[in-house]
Design a protein around this ligand. Structure first.
Ligand code: FES
Length: 102
């Protein structure tokens, strides 16, 4: 059963930026794409890098280590060097509060 976790305020994440949050043992990247918020695994599926430190463009995040690309909304890996998708998690906004369901 997924649980809702209050993880941040919308004002914590400027447009087209990301923030790393921790929920229990999960490291989550929270993204603001033009005022819409998305949550994915923070750790790249290729090696150990934090996607919240990556470069965001056209709805994708580029991993800071080897430039692997993932679609932020779907988690889909966009091609070599990344072949395994990242997980995505539902996000709910209440006022300025951002909740992630895990
Ligand atoms: S660690 Fe992300 S592309 Fe290699």
């Amino acid at each position: 059963m997924p649980e809702s976790h209050l993880v941040a305020k919308t004002t914590d994440i400027p447009a087209d930026e990301a923030k790393r949050v921790i929920i229990g043992e999960h490291q989550i990247a929270l993204f603001n794409l033009d005022g819409e918020y998305y949550a994915t695994d923070d750790i790249c599926t290729h090696a150990y890098a934090s996607l919240s430190e990556g470069y965001i463009e056209d709805g994708c995040v580029e991993c800071p280590l080897h430039a692997g690309l993932f679609d932020i909304k779907t988690g889909k890996a966009q091609g070599v060097p990344v072949t395994e998708d990242i997980k995505t998690f539902p996000v709910r906004i209440e006022g300025e509060d951002i909740y992630v369901e895990i």
